[in-house]
Every structure is written in C-alpha cells, then in structure tokens.
Design a binder for this molecule. Sequence first.
Ligand code: FAD
Ligand code: FES
Ligand code: MG
Length: 281
Amino acid sequence: MFKIVSKQKIAPKEFDMWVEAPRIAGHAKAGQFVVLRVNDMGERIPLTIADHDEEKGQIRLVFQVVGKTTAALSRLEPGEAILDISGPLGTPSEVEKYGTVLMVGGGVGIAALYPIIKALKQQGNKVITILGGRTSSLVVMKDECAKYSDELIVTTDDGSEGMKGVVTDAMKMVVERGEKVDRCWCIGPSIMMKFGTKAAKELGLPIWVSLNPLMVDGTGMCGCCRVTVDGKIFFACVDGPEFDGHKVNWDEFMSRMRQYKDEEKISMDKYIEEVGEETWL
Ligand code: FAD
Ligand code: FES
Ligand code: MG
C-alpha cells in the first residue's frame, strides 16, 4: 500500500498528490513514470513521476480526471492509500548540456515537462519554457517551472494571461527574435504535440515528445502501447515514452488513443451514478 501524504486541487479536474513510495523515489529519473492500481477492482494506469523526494521517500503525481480511474484516484484523501504502484518505468529523458533548450508544455503535460526542465537546468542549459492552455487557470505549475527556467512564456487561447495565442506562436516568436535553440521538448495533448512538431519542422528544430498511448503492464509485455516511429514499431513503455517527434506516425497514434472511447464513457457514466456526484470538477 502506498500512503497519500498530501493532495491539492490545482485546477478544475487537476490534482497534485505526494505519495509515500521510498523505493521508487530512490531511483526515479526525469521522463519516467509509474503504473498504479487504485484498488483491487481497478485497472492499471500510467502516470508520470512529476517530482520525487529521495530523502522523504515520496513521489509526486499530477493528474487530470478524464475517466473512471483518475476520478477514483482523485477521491482518495491524505492518510488513505493507493493499492499498488510499480516503477520507475520507461527510459529516462536524455539530459545533457545542449546549450539552449526550448521546453513546450500544455495541459497536464506540464507535469511531465517539469522534471525534465529541472534536470536540464541542473545540467547548465539555458532553459526557455513555453506553457499554454485555453485559459489562465488551466496553465498549472507556472511558479515551479519559472524557478528552473531562464525565461517563462505563457500563452492562452483567450488572452487571459500572457501572449494571446497557442504555444506554436510563442515557439515562432522565440526563434524569430534570433534565439539559437539547440533542442526542443513538447509535452501535452496529442494534437498539441503534433502541431508543435510541425512548427519545429518549419523552424528547423529537433524536437522530443512524450507519447502517452494506452498502457497496461508498462514493461514491454502486452503490446498495448505500440507506436510507429520512423516506420518501425516500438513499445512506448520501454522504448519511450520520449521519441523524436519528427519521426512519429501521428495519425496512427491518435487513432489508437481513441479505440475504447465508447467503453470508457459507459464506465465513467456508471461510476458517476455510483458515487452520486462529480467531486472532481
Ligand atoms: P478513461 O475513461 O479510461 O480513458 C480516457 C482516456 O485516457 C482514453 O481515451 C485514453 O486516451 C486514455 N487512457 C485510458 N486508459 C489508459 C491507459 N491504461 N493508459 C494510458 N492512457 C489511457 N495523465 C495525467 O493526468 N498525468 C500524468 O502525469 C500522466 N502521465 C502519463 C504517462 C504515460 C507514460 C502515459 C502513457 C499516460 C499518462 N497519462 C497521464 C494519461 C493517463 O494514463 C490517462 O489519462 C488515464 O489512464 C486515464 O484513465 P481513466 O480510467 O481515468 O480514463
Ligand atoms: Fe504493455 Fe507497453 S504497456 S507493452
Ligand atoms: Mg479507464
């Protein structure tokens, strides 16, 4: 059992939890994730290790409620426990001194971007971070990302904070003002990563994305997380989750993400009926 130490709601449907998991905290690296089961009736879901504290033996999970399992997780309180958590899983991010790195994040993808920002800054890179969302309240973890960034640019679709527009507008702005970017990461909703990659191509930038396909075991055995990159098949849980965005088959990736939509909706509707109210909104 993995005890929840703290829980905070950081945006509508978005939660930030610290959980006791000493053995995972002792080995976690930027870019890795865990697979957890909330209870013994539950499915397994992957979540990024958004941060870890080796001394306290804790890991941090930042997640958005999108269906039954994330809703069930959001209803656990400090003092209660998650049934099982395995990790750290996945290949860590390639953290080196590149020079100037452009870090682009959106939605709950910011939670996955944050540990990479932190690690790249600690390696001595100049870090320019762009965080985007529909509206100001959905752009989370701004202060923490700013702490490890030389510059933080916020974009909002509605102009409620920072630059009015989308993250790709800010990517273009940074390059057009003459910044020499050596490497770029983009983590967020699939559509954002697809268009982030398109913008990087136009701007001549290398870009890494973190793919979040359906996963079950997280250890390369079930094949559920199959993705096509550079015309070859990879398992995102062991070969990734980070890949060269320019080589990802985005259409196949996005269509595989949607394959159980109907079943997921039925499951969520039943869960809302069972618990009586949507406490996570
Ligand atoms: P459902 O209603 O079951 O599904 C809603 C949507 O979530 C699906 O359409 C599908 O796109 C996705 N999904 C469903 N089941 C899975 C599954 N087993 N594996 C992957 N995706 C699934 N989300 C966060 O909020 N924070 C994170 O830090 C985070 N990190 C991730 C890291 C990795 C490596 C991967 C692969 C995914 C990550 N996700 C993260 C996505 C998260 O796993 C899904 O949102 C979650 O599994 C949804 O489960 P559900 O039952 O609540 O929703
Ligand atoms: Fe089973 Fe990757 S999740 S092979
Ligand atoms: Mg589910």
